[in-house]
Design a protein around this ligand. Structure first.
Ligand SMILES: Nc1ncnc2c1ncn2[C@@H]1O[C@H](COP(=O)(O)OP(=O)(O)OP(=O)(O)O)[C@@H](O)[C@H]1O
Ligand SMILES: [Mg+2]
Length: 457
């Protein structure tokens, strides 16, 4: 069984020995000390997992010993044995950081339970910090918040492709974190010490974009007074992130295809071919297959960039992450603004969870920043949220016109709203939604069809 080390401290040898005996019988390795000073000495020698000490001892009493021990090892669980009927001692002990107290006369079962609880919790805590450390190491990016399974899958993908040179296509609506993921890919790659170069293909007119990407030779066009290196050359050995790729002109698409195939290009006005070693990450908020069908995006280029695809889910498909994200931004903006705000109240959180977030994480981020800057509360409340958001989330009252309609008809609207709410809570997972609503999946499906929700979720 267990072989944890316990230290029992009591100046009363009789009590100490009988407690130690009982604990040895449970297979713990038990050490004894008759004074506080001796206890500290033994503590230094054997590094016990838990200490049980009497409160009332001459010279160094249990409370002082507790403080001394905690100063040496803050997470050491200590159980105080307090005198019969002395509530104050128990209170003092807990305030000073005791894990628990047991009052005299000691009941074996009570003591056993207190020890077990303390040791169990300790190993649980150790596991948790370990997990967090492992996760941080793994993603190197505690800036990405999200526990939804869709996000977990994305972390897995990043984890497995970050180390490779594979082209990654990141898709998703505006504000879902595409840029963040592109950076994470770079920072988790062997290229992380090399440049990460970002180019927004939607922000520049076609000709400018080409010279921006590939550079030019002096005299290539009027105004080109000197040679200039482009972004691809600047990104050599590192990562280039091409955002809003759907804006690339047919000419540019052709050049990109060549870069992806052969990693080479010519600067404008030059017939000298340049070689680059770049990792390419591409983002778009359009549906590229549709663009391919329409003929505005080259099919061969699409196949080239769609080697590894990461789709960022919109917030409404990972509602369970809203509270996490909100807390994350709250803490960040409170710190930045030097404000003491310790959380978000239930009602406000409810509004946040119900709101559909068309602008995704960026909108949530802005919403929290605004709330933090404007609030005078120590806890964010509904009144700190934009009025529009509150209205949208408020229940529309049940019809109260004079016409009385069939009950079934009157209940349709609330039913639809409730089903939508549940779907959002469970990230559109129909199985979980049906289970939570206690209806079977076919019923849920039929109701979704009736209310036109099949497309939406
Ligand atoms: N999972 C997340 N955890 C924490 N912050 C996030 C997360 N996702 C996005 N953000 C933050 O939200 C904002 C928008 O993210 P980002 O710019 O990456 O979105 P995007 O998909 O690239 O948007 P766009 O399509 O407009 O370029 C950024 O400030 C980013 O830091
Ligand atoms: Mg972006």
């Amino acid at each position: 069984m267990s072989n944890e080390k316990l230290l029992v401290v009591d100046d009363d040898a009789l009590i100490r020995r009988s407690l130690a005996e009982m604990l040895r019988g449970l297979d713990y390795r038990v050490f004894e000390a008759g004074t506080g000073a001796e206890a500290l000495r033994v503590f230094g020698q054997v590094a016990p997992d838990l200490v049980i000490t009497d409160f009332n001892m001459p010279e160094v009493d249990g409370l002082q010993l507790l403080k001394e021990l905690k100063a040496r090892k803050a997470d050491l669980p200590v159980i105080l044995v307090t005198g019969y009927g002395t509530v104050e001692q128990a209170v003092d002990a807990m305030k000073a950081g005791a894990y628990d107290y047991v009052s005299k006369p000691i009941l074996d079962d009570e003591m056993k339970l207190a020890i077990k609880r303390a040791l169990d919790e300790r190993s649980l805590r150790a596991e948790n910090t370990d997990l967090k450390k492992r996760l941080d190491m793994r993603y190197g990016f505690d800036a990405i918040v999200g526990r939804d399974y869709k996000m977990q899958r994305i972390y897995d993908t990043i984890d497995s492709v970050a180390g490779t040179k594979a082209t990654v296509l990141v898709t998703g609506e505006s504000g879902t974190g595409k840029t963040l993921i592109a950076r994470a890919l770079h920072h988790n790659s062997p290229r992380k010490a090399q440049p990460f170069v970002e180019v927004n293909c939607g922000a520049l007119p076609e000709t400018l974009l080409e010279s921006e990407l590939f550079g030019y030779k002096r005299g290539a066009f009027t105004g080109a007074n000197a040679d200039r290196l482009g972004k691809f050359a600047a990104a050599d050995k590192g990562t280039i992130f091409l955002d809003e790729i759907n804006n690339a002109s047919p000419m540019l698409q052709m050049k990109l295809l060549r870069i992806l195939q052969d990693r080479e290009f010519e600067p404008l006005g030059s017939n000298e071919t340049m070689q680059v070693d770049v990792r390419v990450v591409i983002a778009t908020n359009l549906d590229l297959p549709k663009e391919v069908e329409k003929g505005t995006f080259r099919r061969d280029l699409y196949y080239r960039i769609n080697v590894v695809a990461v789709h960022m889910p919109p917030i409404r498909e990972r509602v369970s992450d809203i509270p996490l994200l909100a807390e994350h931004f709250l803490a960040r903006f409170a710190k930045e603004n030097g404000k003491k705000i310790d959380g978000i109240d239930e009602a406000a959180l409810d509004v946040l969870v119900r709101y559909p977030w068309p602008g995704n994480v960026r909108e949530l981020e802005n919403c929290l920043e605004r709330a933090v800057v404007l609030t005078r509360n120590v806890r964010l409340t509904v009144e700190d949220l934009p009025p529009l958001m509150r209205e949208g989330a408020e229940e529309t009252p049940v019809q109260t016109s004079d016409d009385v309609v069939a009950l079934k008809v009157a209940l349709e609207d609330p039913e639809r709203r409730y089903i939508e709410l549940a779907l959002r809570r469970f990230g559109s997972n129909r199985q979980e939604t049906a289970k939570a609503l206690d209806i079977n999946r076919t019923t849920l499906f039929n109701k979704m069809r009736k209310y036109g929700l099949l497309e939406k979720y």
